[in-house]
Design a protein around this ligand. Sequence first.
Ligand code: NCD
Ligand code: ZN
Length: 323
Amino acid sequence: MHLHLRDGGMLETVGPLSAETFAGAVIMPNLVPPVDELQKCLAYRERIQAACKSEAFEPFMTLFFRQYSRSELEAAKSHIIGIKLYPDGITTNSEGGVRKIADAEDTIALMEETGIPLLVHGETGDFVMDREERFLEVYDHLARKFPKLRIVMEHITTQGAVKLLDQHANLFATVTLHHLIITLDDVAGGFLRPHLFCKPIAKRPEDREALLQAALSAHPKLSFGSDSAPHPQSKKECCGCAAGVFTAPIALQMLAELFDKHDRLPNLQAFVSDNAVKNYSVRPPAKKVLLTKQPSEVPEAYGDVVPMCAGEQIGWSVEKITD
Ligand code: NCD
Ligand code: ZN
């Protein structure tokens, strides 16, 4: 869930890498220009399917939040699994997003009526370490005001967000691999590591611990969302580094290693797949991935994209994939 596949040459590179080990993904709409019309969304879906070259991979499409009319929502409903709300300018390619939540509420009310989930990048424009924490009151407000609306707090990074998850029946969340592993120290505590720079920024050890415990226990309202977000090397290793961590081809192996380290391998299936299937109400095609405790090496780069942990060894490998 929660995957950035981009378009054009980048889609050609990262599409097959993501489709190999995953049976489905929620495709983010933050292209330039954004995917904010049904026709654009359907055309993008076709380009994704052509690039991924896999029958056993279902792209679950989303639209970029703007004011939508009832008829637009009704027409889109069977083709999308949600609408992604970005605050204006808060992350990569989010220009044109929402400035004031109050202005978005007419469309949100229609989404509740139509039964279209709201997926949210939950950050305010405050001090960078506080952005998610400050947004929690927005989630709280939306969850109360629209009790029938399914809301997904995408890529949560704080202890506060984990706590909020249990306070509203209509609130769900995803968490990335990198936020289960790193803190701000790994990004900026020593040498600056651009390939770990993302939004929301990695937080404090106690935040990581809360996320990790929720993931390891396969909290039923939490599922894995890689937020794998590729950028060309030249846009990461430069002055003005783009936000986004590329993890799609190594995510399962590293999650297996993490769950094994904490002796929770039996919960991996629920965290990565079963919870996602329930929380987003999706039906991905059947796919079995056999992971084994054999070391594998992360490539230095996939085409022009440097992954997290490039050149490092991980303890687990993908041995076999069957449909
Ligand atoms: C994402 C991207 O590059 O599109 N970047 C990121 O740091 N996570 C956008 C997003 O999900 O915030
Ligand atoms: Zn994202």
